[in-house]
Design a protein around this ligand. Structure first.
Ligand code: F6R
Length: 257
């Protein structure tokens, strides 16, 4: 794992965007894995600035969202389909026909999940996936005790996640209770992973994920088994790590690839 600790949330976004830009410049038709929520916003904004400046073209790329609420109206501003369109597809100039979000309104949920997995495979797999982490250690919406082998499926949101996500809804009771999420196995199949986190509220989850044992109770800890993962965090999110001197030294003295 590469642990990168930076002063501010904006620095985190710029660093993560740089990793996406490297992939997109090498492979213009790259397959991007897309998270929602507040964590990746600075990354998307940094990428959008590159697009606006003419230094990056994302129009040939395709994308797959990590998750979607079950039963939420497609046009609801907090459906992840709406969020991905508003925060990623439009500002990055992506082709909307190449960006998919799990179908949380499907009559046959199992078929929709199987179809999503098949679409990712047919696209050749995900080249680079951005992730946030829940305060309870979830990635995607793989809540504590999710199987490390899991694929895209329906999950029940943990109480902590309902509380955390209430801030996006006018009424806390409006937060959907279920979601479709890429599984931990799906996420681990991506060729490169970039997890971003900001703020003290993520410090315990980051420490458990990076320095704790690999266990299903901390779903993000499975990333310790990925061969190409960067954890990019601000000082507050890093505040409960113990080996920070080493992480900083490593980043500042990285050998040329
Ligand atoms: C969102 C997702 C979640 C979030 C996590 C953190 O697509 O998969 O894992 O990344 O809940 O949410 P924020 O970034 O809002 O703190």
């Amino acid at each position: 794992m590469e642990i990168i600790i930076l002063p501010t949330a904006q620095d985190v976004g710029r660093e993560a965007a740089g990793k996406f830009a490297d992939v997109l410049r090498r492979t213009p038709a790259a397959v991007l894995g897309l998270a929602t929520g507040s964590s990746p916003r600075a990354t998307y904004e940094a990428l959008a600035s590159m697009v606006a400046a003419g230094t990056l073209d994302v129009s040939h790329a395709s994308g797959f969202a990590l998750d979607e609420y079950v039963g939420i109206a497609l046009g609801h501003p907090e459906s992840y389909a709406s969020v991905i369109d508003r925060e990623v597809v439009v500002p990055l100039g992506m082709d909307p026909s190449k960006v998919r979000v799990p179908d949380g309104r499907a009559a046959d949920i199992a078929a929709a999940c199987a179809d999503y997995e098949a679409a990712i495979s047919a696209a050749g797999g995900i080249d680079i996936q951005i992730l946030g982490i829940g305060s309870n250690g979830h990635i995607g919406f793989n809540e504590p005790t999710s199987s490390f082998a899991s694929r895209t499926r329906i999950k029940t949101l943990a109480r902590q996640t309902l509380l955390d996500n209430a801030r996006f809804f006018a009424n806390p009771n409006d937060v959907p209770t279920h979601c479709l999420t890429q599984g931990l196995g799906t996420i681990m199949d991506a060729r490169q992973l970039v997890l971003v986190a900001q703020g003290a509220g993520k410090a315990a989850a980051i420490a458990a994920m990076v320095e704790g044992p690999v266990r299903a109770f901390v779903p993000g800890s499975i990333l310790q088994h990925h061969h190409n993962v960067s954890i990019i965090i601000d000082e507050e999110a890093a505040s409960e790590l113990t080996l920070t001197d080493y992480y900083r030294y490593t980043y500042n003295n990285k050998p040329a690839a």
